[in-house]
Design a protein around this ligand. Structure first.
Ligand SMILES: Nc1ncnc2c1ncn2[C@@H]1O[C@H](COP(=O)(O)OP(=O)(O)OP(=O)(O)O)[C@@H](O)[C@H]1O
Ligand SMILES: [Mg+2]
Length: 334
């Protein structure tokens, strides 16, 4: 019998694509012949790609399982990730779809993303065998709603990961269709759920309290006393605790306002945003996820994990794209 060595801190399962980030005169004026750009950066994108890159930057042993095509964009992603220290032998090439692509139009302090899903939704979780799961201390899944095949098998994948002794986490990211379906079986098998503010509010409205009965959700012990006019923070804490009632520690990212964590025992932890001159917030949530997981695997407290992750998210906004200015372990005292 072969003894498996747990040689990976994190197996990331999810979306990978190049991001082409355009800045300058990017608001389309159809019918005009040509608009001029200030810059065009082609870089590692996809929530899974940016998380994996972030973990490698933090010195963690990480492999990425994501479906890509067999085209030059696939070769570019493989080269960039391997160069950063991510194990790429776990990537899944498919011949019948091109590698996914996101074109990011950055305009003033907002952005629009044009995404070709391509191979992204071809990832089948059954391809992740027990031998691979047994190598990982933790399995992190990304972009649930972009990948129907992965979504359909994620509960089973997380159950197998747990049986193999690994922790589980999920960054759902947005549902472009706005339905937010399919998480009922996944949430109870998720150790850490990492939505952003809009996603947390939408998911809490969609799922409501867990049918398994009230854990401590709804009675957050360290929440401030309720005032007569609920603040947006109260709404967010309430949504986070509703979701925590389904089982996971819920960590909600809130842009420049930082983040909060709601645990299944009803405790709330908050961290204000780190002041930073943000150049581009693409992938800040994914760099946050990477640091949160690295800190958690290092045995840090929930409050420390939140603080470290907020710091990492802020640092990642100093440059264009999701990976250019990701934090190193010394940056975060990790
Ligand atoms: N302008 C900012 N100033 C300081 N910190 C920021 C800023 N924007 C993001 N952050 C940090 O990064 C974290 C994640 O950001 P955000 O809330 O945008 O996540 P997200 O929407 O999941 O991002 P994405 O999905 O684009 O990666 C925040 O919790 C915060 O710590
Ligand atoms: Mg996100």
């Amino acid at each position: 019998m072969v003894t498996m060595i747990r040689d990976l801190d994190v197996l990331v399962v999810g979306d990978l694509n190049p991001d082409l980030i355009l800045r300058g005169d990017v608001v389309p004026r159809f019918g005009q012949s040509e608009q001029l750009l200030d810059s065009a950066d082609l870089t590692v994108g996809g929530s899974g790609g940016i998380v994996a890159h972030g973990l490698a930057r933090l010195g963690r042993r990480v492999a990425l399982c994501a479906a890509i095509g067999t085209d030059p964009f696939a070769a570019l992603m493989r080269e960039r990730l391997a160069g950063a220290g991510v194990e790429v032998s776990t990537l899944v090439p498919v011949t019948d779809h091109p590698t996914g692509l996101t074109v990011v139009l950055n305009h003033e302090d907002t952005r629009t993303m044009l995404t070709l899903v391509g191979a992204i939704d071809a990832l089948e979780p059954e391809r992740i065998d027990d031998a691979l799961l047994a190598r990982a201390r933790h399995v992190h899944a990304t972009s649930f709603f972009l990948q129907p095949r992965l979504a359909g098998g994620l509960a089973e994948l997380f159950a197998r990961a747990r049986a193999a002794g690994a922790g589980t986490s999920l960054d759902p990211n947005v549902d472009p269709a706005g339905r937010w379906d399919g998480l009922e079986k996944v949430l109870p098998l998720t150790d850490v759920l990492l939505p952003n503010r809009a996603e947390a509010l939408a998911l809490a409205a969609r799922y409501g309290p867990s049918p398994a009965g009230p854990s401590a959700a709804g009675s957050p012990s360290s929440s401030p006393p309720r005032s007569s006019v609920p603040s947006p923070e109260d709404d967010l804490a309430r949504a986070a605790h509703t979701l925590a009632g389904w089982g996971p520690l819920v960590v909600v990212k809130d842009g420049e306002d930082g983040a909060l964590a709601a645990d299944p025992d009803g405790r709330t932890t908050r961290r204000a945003g780190y002041p930073v001159t943000a150049i581009d917030t693409t992938g800040a949530g994914d760099s946050f996820d990477a640091a949160f997981l690295a800190a958690r695997l290092a045995g840090r407290s929930a409050a420390d994990c939140l603080d470290i992750a907020c710091h990492a998210g802020a640092l990642s906004t100093r440059g264009v794209g999701g990976v250019a200015t990701q934090a190193t372990a010394p940056d975060l005292a990790l």
